[in-house]
Design a protein around this ligand. Structure first.
Ligand SMILES: O=C(CO)[C@@H](O)[C@H](O)COP(=O)(O)O
Ligand SMILES: [Fe+2]
Length: 216
C-alpha cells in the first residue's frame, strides 16, 4: 500500500490559507493535518474550530485534526461539527481515554491517540482496540521545523507488530521532522501516514515535495 501524506498547515502561509490548502490537495495530499494548540498543553497557540469550519468548504479531503489541548472532552463536539474527520487526542493530556475515544466515535468520527517521543508505547496497549489511528510524535509537540527523533521508530515497530498479532487495522502515523531522509526510515519501520509541515510548505513545488516524501 502506498504511504499516505498529510501536509501540516502549521507551516502554511495563513494569509492565503485557502490557496495553500488547494495547492497541496491538487498536489496529491491524502489527509490535511491540522494542529490545534491551546497554549497550556503546549507552549504555542494556533487554530480552533472556527478556522476549521471556515476551511471545510474549500475541499473534501480528510481533515486529520491533532488536538494538543487540555480538557479535550469539552471541545470534541465542536471540532466534530466544524468538520474534523479524524480527531486525535494526546495520551498525556487525556486522563479518561476510553471515555474520550468513545465520545469521538459517538460523533461519527475516527478516533486517534497520540503519544510524545518519551511516552512508552506500552501505555496505550489497553486502548488499541478502540482506535482508528495511532500518531507517534517524532518531535516534542508545539512547533513546526524541529528535528526528527529517531528512537521513536522502535515504538512504531512495536505497534505494527501488535497490530498484526491482534488482527487490528489502525493506521500508524508519524508527525515531526519528516523529510525525504527521515520518511525513508519511517516507511521501513511500518508507518502508513507521514505528516509533513515545513518539508512541504517551505518547498515552492508542493507536488514535487509530496512525491519526494511519498517515494522516499
Ligand atoms: O504537531 C506538530 C507540531 O507539534 C506538527 O504537525 C508540525 O506541524 C510538523 O511540522 P514539521 O516538523 O513537519 O515541520
Ligand atoms: Fe501535528
Amino acid at each position: 500500500m502506498t504511504t499516505k501524506i498529510a501536509p501540516s498547515i502549521l507551516s502554511a502561509d495563513f494569509s492565503i490559507l485557502k490557496e495553500e490548502i488547494q495547492e497541496v490537495v491538487e498536489a496529491g495530499a491524502d489527509y490535511l493535518h491540522i494542529d490545534v494548540m491551546d497554549g497550556h498543553y503546549v507552549p504555542n497557540i494556533t487554530i480552533g474550530p472556527l478556522v476549521i469550519k471556515s476551511i471545510r468548504p474549500v475541499t473534501s479531503i480528510t481533515f486529520d485534526v491533532h488536538l494538543m489541548i487540555e480538557n479535550a472532552d469539552m471541545y470534541i463536539k465542536e471540532f466534530a461539527e466544524a468538520g474534523a474527520d479524524i480527531i486525535t487526542v494526546h495520551y498525556e493530556a487525556s486522563p479518561h481515554l476510553h471515555r474520550t475515544l468513545h465520545l469521538i466515535k459517538q460523533l461519527g468520527k475516527k478516533a486517534g491517540i497520540v503519544i510524545n517521543p518519551a511516552t512508552p508505547v506500552e501505555f496505550i496497549k489497553p486502548v488499541l482496540h478502540h482506535v482508528d489511528l495511532i500518531l507517534f510524535m517524532t518531535v516534542n509537540p508545539g512547533f513546526g521545523g524541529q528535528e526528527f527523533i529517531p528512537e521513536v521508530l522502535d515504538k512504531v515497530k512495536q505497534a505494527a507488530s501488535w497490530r498484526q498479532e491482534l488482527g487490528l487495522s489502525f493506521e500508524i502515523e508519524v508527525d515531526g521532522g519528516v523529510n525525504q531522509a527521515t520518511a525513508k526510515l519511517c516507511k521501513e519501520a511500518g508507518v502508513d501516514v507521514l505528516v509533513a509541515g515545513s518539508a512541504i510548505f517551505n518547498d515552492e513545488n508542493r507536488m514535487e515535495a509530496i512525491e519526494k516524501i511519498r517515494n522516499a
